[in-house]
Design a protein around this ligand. Structure first.
Ligand SMILES: [Fe+2]
Ligand SMILES: [Fe+2]
Length: 260
């Protein structure tokens, strides 16, 4: 079993320091890796990034992150990434990383992603250049996620995004903002590889569990959704890849509770 801890939308600033750290101190006994699903800061400033590095850096397990839209707000995403990296946090934006956990090669492909909506209710490459730019941004993100997933030589493969790849985990969000919460193209990218689990954030009012059309289990780990310092998902390294929906979306994956 690979134990994947994950949380997103921690929206750090000085007033949040210490909210997560006490629960993270025992992380090494509970998980093999920690994934951070974006919106790590409140407004994307360097000072807030330093808070993230203090709260989530120097942990006993590897920490892998993607940025979220909030982390771009101050146009300092490069500086934010540098601060996180200096704190020992690996930030992915269209890349993958393989981590050795005991005898298992654990792969993570990560990208922030973007909006666009879901099949039947999505933006398309039509009309004004601004709309085409919007759609092109999503398409590029999905293409890069797919390439990162397919490039990894891993026994267990996880996709990490900020934006949602499926509408399932948006339940509770207003329908009107679904196109700003995710894109089905991310789900297609995830389905194109033997992905065992897709983790995302961004949808504060959504729900935790969903599944892609191809049967990949999806978990929305936005902190307001999971309401704990992190959730832990156990992935069976002996039976990686997707579980057919008909066999149950929860098979081989369990969420453990660790309250803040
Ligand atoms: Fe957020
Ligand atoms: Fe967000």
């Amino acid at each position: 079993m690979i134990r994947v801890a994950a949380v997103g939308d921690v929206h750090m600033d000085v007033d949040v320091l210490g909210r997560y750290r006490p629960s993270l101190e025992q992380l090494g006994e509970r998980a093999d890796v920690l994934l951070l699903a974006g919106d790590l800061t409140r407004h994307g400033t360097v000072n807030e990034a330093e808070c993230v590095a203090r709260e989530f850096g120097d942990l006993p397990v590897p920490v892998v992150a993607v940025l979220g839209n909030h982390d771009y707000h101050s146009d300092q995403q490069r500086e934010v990434t540098k601060v996180l990296a200096a704190g020992g946090i690996t930030v992915l934006e269209g890349e993958g990383i393989t981590i050795s956990c005991r005898d298992v090669k654990f792969g993570v492909a990560g990208i922030k992603g973007f909006g666009g909506g879901f099949a039947g209710r999505c933006a398309s490459m039509f009309g004004e250049p601004e709309i085409k730019d919007f759609v092109r941004t999503t398409e590029r993100a999905a293409t890069r996620l797919q390439a990162a997933l397919l490039s990894l030589d891993a026994d267990v493969l996880v996709a990490l995004t900020h934006y949602a790849p499926v509408p399932d985990t948006l339940l509770g969000e207003p329908l009107e903002i679904y196109p700003f919460l995710g894109s089905y193209l991310l789900g297609q990218a995830i389905d194109s590889a033997p992905t065992a689990l897709a983790v995302h954030g961004h949808a504060h009012a959504g729900v935790e569990r969903g599944v892609t059309p191809g049967g990949v289990r999806v978990r929305n780990v936005a902190h307001p959704v999971i309401r704990q310092a992190y959730s832990v998902y156990q992935l069976d390294a002996a039976a990686p890849g997707r579980t057919p929906v008909s066999q149950g979306a929860g098979r081989g994956i369990d969420s453990l509770s660790h309250d803040v």
